[in-house]
Design a protein around this ligand. Structure first.
Ligand code: ZN
Length: 225
């Protein structure tokens, strides 16, 4: 029976019956009450084999979808090939001239995504913590704080308390485009609306702001990452 299925049996004294789960990484966990004979567990697994295989198929498909969907990854406006390295080495992300390689212990959709997002966030934090004060200085703006957020629908925002929030996904855009978003938010510190005066100020900061807006519009799907 099921030699090729690796099953972890968890004894849960308070459980009333045998049950089975398939984890996001594809492994199978059977929960059983104390003193459940092994043959009962084996019978249970055999009985649910089709269900288990079906679930595992779904999990594997999700990962394949991630890889297919993300064959290419953006980072600071450049496109890289996405590579997945399943290994027990330390998790992380490595960038070469052509590739972005994610090392993960598990071939699991959510896990790979988590590692990638953590890396993007770190890069965004490093980049914008340096970049925003520099650009603010150029336009004599008094920004106190930059925070890196995860808004689903916007690239940036600002508050009247001189704080600028930027979406970590902005690190995927070219620098001239993310600079535009920073300038846009800096202009909001003067005009908290999208009035004509606001756009005149943006125009002064970024003469080619329309090209930057177009880039963001064309790459809107990056916000869905
Ligand atoms: Zn705005």
């Amino acid at each position: 029976m099921l030699e090729d299925l690796s099953v972890v049996v968890k004894v849960v004294p308070r459980s009333r019956s045998v049950s089975v789960r398939v984890l996001p990484n594809g492994s199978v966990v059977v929960t059983a009450p104390r003193f459940t004979p092994r043959f009962v567990i084996n019978q249970f697994i055999s009985k649910h084999e089709n269900w288990i295989r079906e679930k595992q198929g779904i999990v594997a498909k999700k990962l394949n979808a991630l890889v297919a969907e993300r064959e290419r990854l953006f980072f600071r406006g450049r496109e890289y090939d996405f590579r997945l390295n399943i290994s027990s080495q330390k998790e992380g992300v490595k960038v070469t001239d052509t590739n972005i390689t994610v090392t993960s212990a598990q071939e699991d959709h959510a896990e790979v995504r988590r590692i990638l997002e953590k890396w993007y966030r770190l890069q965004a934090t490093k980049h914008f913590r340096e970049r925003v004060p520099l650009l603010a200085d150029l336009v004599d703006s008094n920004v106190k704080t930059v925070s890196i957020r995860s808004q689903r629908t916007r690239w940036g925002s600002c508050s009247s308390r001189n704080t600028i929030s930027l979406n970590w996904r902005l690190i995927m855009a070219p620098d001239w485009v993310s600079d535009y978003v920073v300038y846009h938010e800096l202009a909001h510190l003067t005009h908290m609306n999208h009035s004509k005066q606001f756009w005149l100020l943006v125009e002064r900061y970024v003469p080619n702001h329309e090209d930057a807006q177009k880039w963001l519009k064309d790459h809107h799907s990056l916000l869905q990452f």
